[in-house]
Design a protein around this ligand. Structure first.
Ligand code: PRP
Length: 183
């Protein structure tokens, strides 16, 4: 899927596929260096993090393990409500393990703060967070993010895993959605 396939629902290309891949390679190199000599479990948060997880893991040299969680933050349309529920838990026991949570976006911070607290209660060796996108607007919940791809304004973004009503996840870039598409 590409810009031509969307038509006027796409307002703008915010971060091109090339910039995404370049930045993810930088993050992968940092994660490789920081976890050298240690076993690392990447935890991807479905569904938005599928693309960044796949590209980050493939850009790394360490032989990481990968696991997935699915979380529902109840909310309709464009905002999460803060009520979080685990739909699919890890297959892995993370006790004593180094864990890096990989997310597509931190907006209010509610999802990640819940998730990090939840994982920390399982007695891991460490829990850190890698997010591709972080909205600049003040988060409702503080989240300690070790690896951030891009800081962005408070716009509705789609593509590269991020959806609007389950569509546009398979765009290779991050775009902004035209207001007429969701109002
Ligand atoms: C999105 C995103 C984060 C969360 C961020 O997930 O993937 O998990 O919202 O928002 P917050 O910081 O305000 O909590 P979403 O619930 O849209 O699910 P999805 O990943 O399946 O698209």
């Amino acid at each position: 899927m590409n810009a031509d396939d969307i038509g006027d629902d796409l307002l703008d290309v915010l971060i091109s596929a090339e910039r995404l891949q370049a930045r993810i390679s930088e993050l992968a190199a940092r994660v490789d260096a920081d976890y050298a000599g240690r076993e690392l479990l990447l935890v991807g948060v479905l569904k938005g993090a599928v693309m960044v997880m796949a590209d980050l893991a493939r850009a790394m040299h360490l032989p990481v393990r990968m696991d997935w969680m699915a979380i529902s933050s109840y909310g309709s349309g464009t905002k999460s409500s803060g009520v979080v529920r685990i739909l699919k838990d890890l297959d892995t026991d993370i006790s004593g393990k180094h864990v890096l949570v990989v997310e597509d976006i931190v907006d209010s911070g509610l999802t990640l703060s819940y998730l990090v607290n939840n994982l920390q209660s399982r007695d891991p060796a460490s829990v850190a967070v890698c997010v591709l996108l972080r909205k600049r607007a003040a988060a409702q919940m503080p989240v300690d993010v070790a690896y951030t791809g891009f800081e962005i304004a408070d716009e509705f973004v789609i593509g590269y895993g991020l959806d609007y009503a389950e569509r546009y996840r398979n765009l290779p870039f991050i775009g902004t959605l035209a207001p007429h598409a969701y109002t």
